[in-house]
Design a protein around this ligand. Structure first.
Ligand SMILES: [Zn+2]
Ligand SMILES: [Zn+2]
Length: 456
């Protein structure tokens, strides 16, 4: 019987730099080639040194977040023969995300003293695009090598525009990879569409929210967010919403558009900027093409969205227009981003509110700001500026990842023979490991060690 040989090439047992090596028969697939957003330099890459030169046949990219895509130009350069399997939206978004990443690295070269930066340039991104082979969700493709055939099918996975789950079939055995997945619908995107194919031999499961219990429904969180925005604007304040450029900003724009139609959004300017706005064209194009994507650039007009002008920010003197909504990247208030600079200008005023709508890593400025005690101070290291925190800080659970209970139910419904855990920190994996191990008479659970190859 054929086996799948699976090796996690992420250097950390964390979300980090996602990259999975899958070998079976004559085939060698790599699923995702991410860059660890918390690490600098070559250490941020997956362990590509474990791959023999010219050994990879196909690189499959599940979606465009940099923890899945960021190292693709480097992997593709090292494995020039490998074709890149990708969904249509991802093929449009990937070059934009990678160009942005290259310019961030160019800036960090001096600033953070990383001589290797940038790890790739425009020409690498252009070379990469020639190797894209676009797959349609739900259609099965037969791939050949040395007289052997493997079948690959992708399915839309919710999460973010272009995100897919993957089914690989070889000699009657099936490997299913969830990728980052969300089953419920978002305002801008339909939830995952995974058929009940039943009994995959191996199910690779993302575990991001294993350590998070949902306390409020998504709809209720959206209603609460709109309520806080109304209150802030009514008292003449600014509402800053730091959000991820890919997916979250567009999702919130659709939410605001629907709220406006229902008279639940106050009349005030909305300022946007950064990468989130550069991605709007791709979202608009996909919105016209796919009924599952609910986005049109028209809503920017209807909402009267204004581009935030690029300017030098001096938090002591810069005056912001009030009242207003600022919907800006990055979601974790990373240094040098519009959200970081605007936050520096508004924390001192108790009329203002900062609304975090996604996960913030503990060591990021966003994570640190959420831990500031009442009446405490916050230092914006890169601006060398400390401010009292008088603005209200709010958090909302609007994650693009499936709740742990939904994933648990998904595993039970699919009845795999083996479940392999990925894409989660230690506590998240632990929750899934314990919860799923109760069913060990039905299937086994593997929490893979870094670099170790498992025959499944
Ligand atoms: Zn993702
Ligand atoms: Zn991810």
């Amino acid at each position: 019987m054929a086996s799948f040989f699976i090796q996690d090439l992420n250097r950390k047992k964390d979300i980090g730099a996602n990259c999975l090596s899958v070998k079976f028969g004559a085939f060698h697939f790599i699923v995702d080639a991410g860059m660890d957003p918390k690490t600098l330099g070559n250490e941020a890459l997956p362990c590509f040194s474990a791959l023999s030169p010219n050994s990879v046949d196909f690189i499959l990219i599940t979606h465009c977040h940099l923890d899945h895509l960021g190292a693709l130009p480097i992997l593709s350069k090292q494995q020039p023969q490998a074709q890149i399997l990708i969904s249509l939206p991802t093929s449009l978004l990937a070059p934009l995300m990678l160009k942005n990443s290259a310019s961030v690295m160019t800036r960090q070269k001096e600033e953070k003293d990383v001589p290797d930066y940038p790890l790739f340039g425009k020409e690498d991104i252009a070379a990469l695009q020639k190797k894209f082979f676009v797959l349609k969700p739900g259609k099965t493709y037969c791939l050949e090598k040395d007289g052997q055939t493997a079948k690959v099918t992708i399915y839309t996975a919710g999460h973010v525009l272009g995100a897919v789950s993957v089914l690989i079939e070889y000699e009657g055995r099936r490997l299913f990879i969830t990728g980052d997945i969300l089953f419920s619908d978002q305002n801008s995107l339909r939830g995952a569409q995974i058929p009940q194919f039943g009994n995959p031999d191996v199910l690779l499961l993302e575990t991001t929210r294993g350590d998070t219990e949902r306390t409020a429904l998504r709809r209720d969180e959206e209603t609460r967010l709109l309520g806080i925005i109304r209150k802030t604007i009514k008292r003449g304040g600014i509402c800053l919403i730091p959000a991820f450029a890919l997916g979250r900003i567009q999702e919130l724009l659709v939410l605001f558009y629907q709220a406006k139609k229902a008279h639940k959004l106050p009349d005030c300017p909305i300022y946007c900027s950064g990468l989130g706005m550069s991605l709007v064209s791709a979202f608009d194009k996909m919105g016209r093409r796919f009924p599952d994507v609910h986005f049109s650039r028209q809503i920017l007009k209807q909402l009267n969205v204004k581009q935030l002008r690029k300017r030098k920010i001096d938090p002591k003197t810069t005056k912001l227009n009030v009242p207003a909504i600022y919907l800006l990247s990055s979601g974790m208030l990373a240094e040098h981003t519009p959200a970081y600079n605007i936050a520096a200008c508004l924390l001192k005023d108790n009329k203002n509110t900062v609304c975090f709508v996604g996960h913030c890593d503990e060591d990021t400025p966003g994570g640190r700001l959420q831990r500031v005690e009442p009446n405490g101070n916050f230092k914006f290291e890169d601006l060398n500026y400390t401010t009292p925190v008088r603005a209200k800080i709010e958090r909302f659970d609007l994650s693009g990842h499936a709740d742990r209970d939904d994933l648990y139910q998904f595993v039970l419904a699919q009845q795999p023979k083996t479940v392999v855990l990925t894409h989660g920190d230690a506590n998240a994996r632990q929750w899934f490991f314990e919860k799923l191990s109760v069913h060990k008479s039905d299937f086994s659970v593997v929490d893979p060690d870094i670099g170790k190859t498992y025959e499944l």
